[in-house]
Ligand binder design. Structure first.
Ligand SMILES: [Zn+2]
Length: 137
């Protein structure tokens, strides 16, 4: 699926609907287990730690650090000219809670593992895609 801008948009399923829609409210919504309180991403219908089915979206802080990254030089998406940084961002809520995302509003040369970042939302049709930008002092 793609829209007029040529961007490939994510498929919105029942369990990921809150994740993709939360950005319209400025909220990064991540699934959380109501039994063990563990965070779960990508969103699924059961907790992988305690197997509870009592899971649902909660609002995360939107803050994290770059856990790993790669610079993409290939023009995969017409509206997203390379080079740009694809990163695994580890959210501050829980070790290992990572989103694969793109970094925006930064120079490629300044990106390092451990860099503090915060969420920004790119609204495209019926989804608000969470990207991350460096936290400026
Ligand atoms: Zn659990």
């Amino acid at each position: 699926m793609s829209n007029q801008s040529g961007r490939v948009l994510p498929e919105v399923t029942g369990e990921s609907r809150d994740f993709w829609a939360g950005g319209f409210e400025g909220e990064l919504r991540i699934y959380r287990c109501q039994s063990c309180r563990g965070w779960i991403h990508p969103p699924v219908g059961a907790c992988w730690q305690c197997r509870s089915l009592d899971v649902g979206p909660e609002v995360a802080s939107g803050k994290g650090t770059v856990a790993a990254f790669t610079v993409n030089h290939h023009p995969w998406l017409p509206a997203f000219p390379p080079p740009y940084v694809i990163a695994a961002v580890e959210l501050e809520e829980q070790p290992g809670l990572r989103l694969t995302t793109c970094l925006v509003e930064c120079d490629i040369d300044e990106v390092v593992v451990g860099m503090p970042v915060e969420v920004v939302f790119d609204e495209q049709d019926d989804v608000a895609i969470p990207f991350f930008k460096p936290v400026r002092a």
